[in-house]
Design a protein around this ligand. Structure first.
Ligand SMILES: *[C@@H]1O[C@H](CO)[C@@H](O)[C@H](O)[C@H]1NC(C)=O
Length: 318
């Protein structure tokens, strides 16, 4: 995984070994530092709580919650790829990142983003089976099949972004990235190789990673809505739909922001508005995930109360 940039000399003859991450404007930094520290702590605690209660509560052993635990693990890693590094940069005068560091950050960011897309799609499928084929749920969503789905989403997430590295880019300066982490579009903007091929590969990959799961999610929700709307009484309709409301909320937030960034032509993007949207899907979605599930889901709320009552804490242990 060596980016060609490492070997490339700058036009003036000096070697290019690092990028400078501009981050946010200097005046807003102390405020943003505080906000991001708080968001990071809450995201960590929130997702860790979900991991803990799903692990400890025997009621939450259905595929839906096991996938939710997968999602919480993804979110903790996802926010840890960007935020700690950004916080460190806030405190430093010189916000440099080595080319390998940049490549690693970008790779893990892609991995986790792709894994999240596929996990969200499998969660949608789980809701589809539960609502549209409730009698066959147990025989369709077997432990083994669920495990294969989760392994598939992790593997796809790890393998697909690798392809980007095969089409190496050349960087010949300037090396200033107007962003708070090494995302693909600002990097492509700095490259001096002919981008048409890389952009095509990148576009196709983005379509595979983003659009295939999205289309699957849309199809499953069409079936879910179709089934829910045929339920005769209002109460039954609400009750049935409430089990996928949290999932749908996460999907909408994650996909609208991701599509806004990745489904547009690269070179034309004004980066300052992009930074804000990127904050949303890279930092805010991981935070919202536990909040949405805890507020909207009765079972999670109950399990949370049970788990964090000291007396019952010990009872729950196997
Ligand atoms: C991920 O999801 C699968 C399928 O539901 C489950 O078997 C597995 O335990 C989950 N892994 C973690 C670490 O939550």
């Amino acid at each position: 995984l060596v980016w060609k940039g490492q070997n490339m000399a700058q036009k003036n003859g000096t070697q290019m070994t690092e990028f400078i991450l501009l981050g946010f404007s200097t005046e807003t930094q102390p405020l943003l530092f505080g906000i991001f520290v708080i968001i990071y702590i809450f995201t960590f605690i929130g997702n860790l709580s979900i991991i803990l209660i799903v692990t400890m509560d025997p009621i939450l052993q259905s595929p839906m919650y096991l996938f939710l635990r997968n999602l919480s693990i993804i979110e903790i890693f996802y926010i840890s790829v960007t935020v700690p590094r950004m916080l460190k940069d806030f405190l430093q005068e010189k916000k440099a990142i080595s080319i390998m560091g940049c490549a690693a950050q970008f790779y893990f960011f892609c991995c986790l983003g792709a894994t999240e897309c596929f996990t969200l799609a499998f969660m949608a499928y789980d809701r589809y089976v539960a609502i549209c084929h409730p009698l066959h749920y147990m025989s369709i969503m077997t432990k083994r099949r669920c495990l294969s789905m989760s392994i598939a989403s992790w593997l796809t997430g790890m393998v697909l972004p690798l392809t980007i590295f095969i089409f190496r880019l050349t960087f010949c300066g300037p090396n200033v990235i107007n962003h708070f982490f090494c995302d693909i579009s600002p990097l492509l903007n700095l490259s001096c190789t002919d981008l048409s091929f890389t952009e095509l590969v990148d576009f196709i990959l983005a379509m595979v990673v983003i659009m295939i799961p999205l289309v699957l999610i849309i199809i499953t929700y069409v079936f879910i809505l179709w089934t829910v709307l045929r339920i005769p009484n209002n109460q039954g309709r609400q009750k049935t739909f409430s089990t996928c409301a949290s999932h749908l909320t996460i999907v909408i937030i994650f996909y609208t922001t991701t599509l806004f960034i990745y489904a547009r032509p690269r070179k034309a993007n004004p980066f300052d508005s992009n930074k804000l949207v990127t904050v949303f899907y890279s930092v805010v979605t991981p935070l919202l995930n536990p909040i949405i599930y805890c507020l909207r889901n009765k079972e999670v709320k109950l399990a949370l109360k049970k788990t964090f009552r000291w007396k019952d804490f010990w009872k729950l242990r196997p």
